[in-house]
Design a protein around this ligand. Structure first.
Ligand SMILES: [Zn+2]
Length: 270
């Protein structure tokens, strides 16, 4: 942990900017040789003021990124004998770290469609949304089958909402395929290779259809009380794992690195 923290960014005293240090009082902490300020390795990271030991924190991160379906806060609270709200909050932090950097847009053939979470699939573009949330998802097709995927909550199925999503996640030169919904049409100005074909109830997009079914099944299965506010976190968590399913040897290390590099966050401040 302390190695991770001070390798990418060399030690510099938070208080007086002095760069020489000795061992601090607490394990792994560093003490400034000038002003004697002790800095813990978790200060300034997502592990700041963690309510349990770092070892447990790492273990939870490991479980969440390496188990195929992750773990709910309830399962975590049983396994680690912690209060459920504590697990819930920590898991929320992990999900924030799982947000896409938006630096690696999908390329090649990319299929796009929307789905409703929290209600029947009919009237996908109907006027009344009720408690449901509309989500747009893009899936990359590769030679071996399917590549990466991203999903994002959108307010409605308008081209303006799609545009924000496309800009974040899809390469301009990609061969995008959507169904014949008019909301995608204006995007052809920027995405020259966008093609529209009939959906035929999803049958013309078999891989995307399977992806959506799996995503919905996962959300229903272990997250019974996924609130509207937290849905994006779950979408990010699902796709973080999904997009790294062939890099399981590095998934844990990379996520810890992100959590160390990210600033501390508190529920309700974001
Ligand atoms: Zn100092």
């Amino acid at each position: 942990m302390s190695l991770l923290k001070w390798v990418d960014e060399p030690y510099e005293c938070k208080r007086c900017k002095y760069v020489k240090y000795c061992k601090g009082k607490k394990p792994f902490s560093r003490r400034c040789l000038k002003c004697k300020h002790d800095e813990s390795p978790t200060a300034g990271t997502m592990f700041d003021k963690c309510k349990f030991s770092l070892l447990v924190a790492f273990h939870i991160v490991f479980k969440i990124c390496s188990k195929k379906k992750g773990m709910s806060s309830l399962e975590l609270s049983h396994e680690f004998e912690l209060r459920q709200p504590t697990c819930w909050e920590f898991k929320w932090k992990i999900q924030q770290a799982m947000q896409s950097s938006k630096q690696h847009p999908l390329t090649g053939e990319v299929h796009v469609d929307e789905l409703f979470i929290g209600g029947p699939e009919e009237q996908k573009r109907g006027r009344s949304k009720g408690n449901k949330r509309l989500v747009v998802v893009a899936l990359e097709k590769v030679k071996e089958g399917v590549g990466r995927a991203y999903a994002q909550i959108i307010e409605d199925a308008s081209s303006k909402e799609f545009e924000t999503f496309f800009k974040s996640y899809i390469d301009k030169a990609a061969d995008i395929v959507t169904d014949e919904w008019a909301g995608y049409l204006p995007l052809r100005k920027e995405y020259k290779n966008l093609k529209q074909i009939p959906s035929n109830d999803g049958k013309n997009f078999p891989d995307l259809h399977i992806h959506i079914m799996n995503l919905k099944g996962w959300l229903r299965g272990i997250h019974h009380h996924c609130s509207k506010e937290r849905l994006q976190g779950y979408l990010d968590e699902y796709h973080y794992r999904y997009n790294r399913r062939n890099n399981m040897d590095t998934i844990f290390h990379n996520l810890i690195k992100k959590m160390v590099a990210n600033k501390p966050i508190r529920l309700g401040t974001k």
